[in-house]
Design a protein around this ligand. Sequence first.
Ligand code: NAP
Length: 307
Amino acid sequence: MKREFSPATTLYCLIGNPVSHSKSPAMMNAAFQAMGIDAVYLAFLVPDKEVGSVLNALKTINVGGINVTAPHKERVIEFLDELSPTAELSNAVNTIVPAGDKFLGHNTDGVGLVSAIKAELSIAVSRARILIIGAGGAARGVIFSIAKEKPHTLTIANRTIDKAKFLKDKLKAEFQSANDVNGIKTIKAISLDQNLINSEIDQFDIIINTTALPISPAISPVKADETTTSPKIDFLGLNLTNMKAGALFYDLNYGKGNGDIARVFKENGIIYSDGLTMLLHQGTHAFSLWTGQTPPLEAMKDALGLG
Ligand code: NAP
């Protein structure tokens, strides 16, 4: 169906650098169209030094809502009027909601990831043994929502151990009592120690890659033959193929994987998802915040090729 725009059409947008890879415009425009909302969603490449002036301009023209992607999720905060508790905790904003003359900062990445794991993959986060790889902005954005689900254990592994420790301390401070952090048995911060993690990789129910390093290509050899054993997925020195059957490997990155990765995970009985399902659900939560309406899930899925 052809879309009509008018002087009354409301602008929504994504700001980041880069933005050319983003599937948010396709997803959000499909959502507005499915709901018959007179709005358009565009992606704007915004250099770091222009973040403030772009936000001011968007406020002046009564933007309907803004998504924020890397590297501006932290930078935008100084230009906002209020933060939601989750945005405050994670010190990162991915959704800006205009309210009168104010801009309110939210973070829907965490609820998006949890919804993706539960609704799209039918996997329980509660009571799961979870390993988070990375402790950067994306990890900060998702970890508090994961902790709220009361996993059994939460281990944060990062190349720079201090950043993992910082997150662990923040979680413990937020959820109090060190022995029973929101029902979580243990919260650990470890360095990205390949030997240590490989020795217990089959203990985790869920492993989440929050680094910007895609796990593909990390497969060797691509096809097993008579002279080799089964192919394995080696990511940062971690042998993911040794995860237990039924466990989930979730990669926050999307659009970078390949069919071989999915095939090898499947052959080993490991559930694998890239970040497209999280993009979908962080988007449905943003849509609700902006419009107050129930998001058209199927139309958004179709736009992402998840239908
Ligand atoms: P970031 O703040 O730059 O953090 C990067 C993380 O990767 C840090 O923990 C860093 O470790 C680690 N790292 C980088 N290079 C490494 C290496 N060579 N070896 C080991 N560790 C390495 O990035 P971010 O903002 O968290 O974003 C991460 C990814 O998440 C991006 O690709 C983003 O697109 C994706 N994301 C996806 C969604 C979605 O909806 N699907 C939402 C949000 C983010 P150090 O601390 O040691 O440097």
